[in-house]
Design a binder for this molecule. Structure first.
Ligand code: GUN
Length: 282
């Protein structure tokens, strides 16, 4: 069994990005990411802080807006509008989830698609679904693809099961895998017999937010398992996979933490730098 070491790969990527930032700065461009957090969800605060820290590590400027939970939708629109028109800002990220009084879809659509480093704008989602190049791809699924590629895991013709159908992970993940010529099944909360899918899968991506969802008897020998889950159980961070038992049968598996999480952040930095390069067409 080989661990898919996202921490190590993300460090390699960040080293490469640091050099790209130096080159951009030599040309007078300072890449800049604006991160907006509304409210005080503890997990979101942690994520936003790690995104800002990672920016600093790579020389990317970060602007972090921590807004009160009672911020109105119009106030949020106004901030996004200002950032959309600010030529020194390359990327805009609104941390999800948003409070219930704010319409998430309208907010995501209001971000300029060419600053949408999360890849959540309908224009970028459309590009992904049409398998067109050029747009921004969502960071977590993109990070998973990079990790699989780094370990030379073949996707063409592979039977892949994605568990979870969220807009952030499951759906774009399934589309990227389809674009890589895998046969993809998307399973979710209404799936009648999850094991019937997972038992035959060559690759399983689990993004359900449910600890111990994937168990040893649900997978075949030699399977590749990618665990996107981040759950806090008794003060410990665990994924969606019963790692100790499932890993006995896997050829490759991600650890949690240290698998997909660091790759997500590396892809956010990569998208921000891509946007900064678009700014000057370098
Ligand atoms: N909440 C959980 N994951 C993400 C993500 O990748 N981007 C944003 N903006 N919010 C999230």
């Amino acid at each position: 069994m080989v661990l898919l070491d996202g921490k190590q790969l993300s460090n390699q990527i960040k080293d490469k990005l640091k050099n790209e930032v130096i080159e951009l700065k030599n040309k007078g461009i300072e890449p800049c990411l604006a991160v907006i957090l509304v409210g005080e969800d503890n997990a979101s605060i942690t994520y936003v802080n790690s995104k800002a820290r990672a920016c600093e590590q790579c020389g990317i400027k970060s602007l972090v807006y921590k807004l009160d939970v009672n911020t109105t939708q119009n106030e949020l629109f106004a901030l996004i509008n200002t950032l959309n028109h600010d030529d020194s800002v390359d990327g805009i990220l609104v941390q999800l989830p948003l409070p219930k009084h704010i319409n998430k879809d309208m907010i995501l659509e209001s971000i300029s698609f060419n600053k949408d480093v999360d890849g959540f704008h309908p224009f970028n989602v459309g590009n992904l679904n049409l398998n067109l190049r050029g747009g921004f791809l969502p960071c977590t699924p993109l990070g998973v693809m990079k990790l699989l590629k780094h370990y030379s895991i073949k996707l063409e013709g592979a039977d892949v099961v994605v568990i979870g159908a969220s807009n952030i992970v499951g759906r774009p993940m399934a589309t990227l895998l389809l674009n890589a010529n895998a046969s993809v099944s998307i399973c979710h909360i209404y799936t009648k017999d999850l094991k019937a899918y997972t038992k035959n899968a060559d690759v399983i991506i689990v993004a359900a937010g449910c600890p111990d969802l994937l168990k040893e008897d649900m997978v075949k020998d030699g399977v590749v398992v990618v665990d996107v889950g981040i759950n806090r159980v008794n003060g410990k961070i665990v994924g969606d996979v019963d790692f100790d038992n499932v890993s006995k049968k896997t050829s490759f598996i991600t650890p949690v933490p240290g698998g997909v999480g660091p790759m997500t952040i590396a892809m956010l930095l990569e998208n921000t730098i891509k946007s900064a390069k678009n700014r000057v067409q370098v």
